[in-house]
Design a protein. Sequence first.
Length: 471
Amino acid sequence: MEYVSTRGQAPVLDFEGVTLAGLASDGGLYVPRAWPSFTADEIAAMRGLPYAELAARVMAPFVGESLSPDRLLELTREAYGRFAHQAVTPLFQLDQQNWLLELFHGPTLAFKDVALQLLGLLFEEFLGRRKDTGADGALTIVGATSGDTGSAAIDAIAGREGVEIFMLHPLGRVSDVQRRQMTTVLAPNVHNIAIDGSFDDAQATVKRMFGDPEMTGRFRLSAVNSINWARLMAQVVYYFAAALQLGGPDRKVAFSVPTGNFGDVFAGYVAARMGLPIERLIVATNVNDILHRALSAGDYSAGTVTPTAAPSMDIQVSSNFERLLFDLGGRDGMAMAEQMRGFETSKSMRLTNAQQQGAASLFTSARVEPSEMTATMRWAHEECGETIDPHTAIGLHAAMASDLSADVPVVTLATAHPAKFRDSVERATGQRPPLPARVGDLFTREERYAELPGTYEAVRDYIAEHATPSA
Ligand SMILES: *Cc1c(COP(=O)(O)O)cnc(C)c1O
């Protein structure tokens, strides 16, 4: 399998190459050169497989020659063996039409674990292999987080060989649970940095470091955010898992996805391109609604971020949307590069007719207000006995407000455990969800992190002092 950049200029890479590279060197994102697909019979034959086996089957065409089928299965078994539920991503029925796909049974209670647990193993596998052949093996991951990505990435990288992680978070602006999930991981290859500044400051520092020749010359820097293709690939699997349980491929299923960076819902699009019959993908946003405006009116223009009770969706630029626009726009890298250059200058762009019509054949969108989110948390709690988090509530509201016919099952992706956002859940339902046993001693564990001023120089000097030079 070969991967090409959405902007047409970066080298073509195999799966191992795109996993280690993250972003393409021309500023674009890697996508498979062509979508692999399964016949209806092949999909039907996946019914009843344990999750790790289903994952290996769905991912095999994307992995290509980079891993043997046996090795891939070993890695999926190890990654998903760390989940607290045998089914890994179980379905929960809410009413006649609505289901929740619980994606929060991983170690850090958010759906990002599904992809990052595997990505940590893939890094270790590919880097170890390079070391065997005498090539340079040290990888320094630098990232910025507003909460969920940081904890999931740290858990996935802690103790892995040949790779280390420096994670920046804004001091005092992540929840206690989120901070402790990062700072109580004491593995020597994990470095937490709290900066005196906002998430945007942290992200700007990271971006600047990737463009600083002094740093990129000394260290082999990489990223773990959802621009990494391997993360999206791992998320395709649970669309298959859910659809198979609800009658697929003989029956079409719809999905409602609480969306920020467009990674999770893009994985649903990939599943559809691979032949999984999907009736519709509902893109649910909060008041930070750039994707709703883009999909309903062709207007992709960034405003300023409004902080909400669903912070993982407080995003004004959705990186992975470029992958969809590229695919729907005839896969023309030059045109895509020009469209994105326009956006980067003016913070605004129009979708082309082809992009708008292509998207409309599968996607609808909804913007969900805070009052609707709260009412949906209360409804699930009172009518279905299920406590849901604010992000999931946004997806569920959009699902229930859609005009889908009553015989189409609608699966809302439950992206975080309610205990991760205890304060909002308690305000809506009157009950404070307990932390699951597997993270129960979080508040008695030792914390470790560096506190730095929010300047680029301070962070650069700290990382230069503590990171492992590449050769
Ligand atoms: C990251 C995240 C999202 C948004 O996912 P994208 O792939 O960025 O669209 C939604 N909910 C939760 C809880 C998250 O952590």
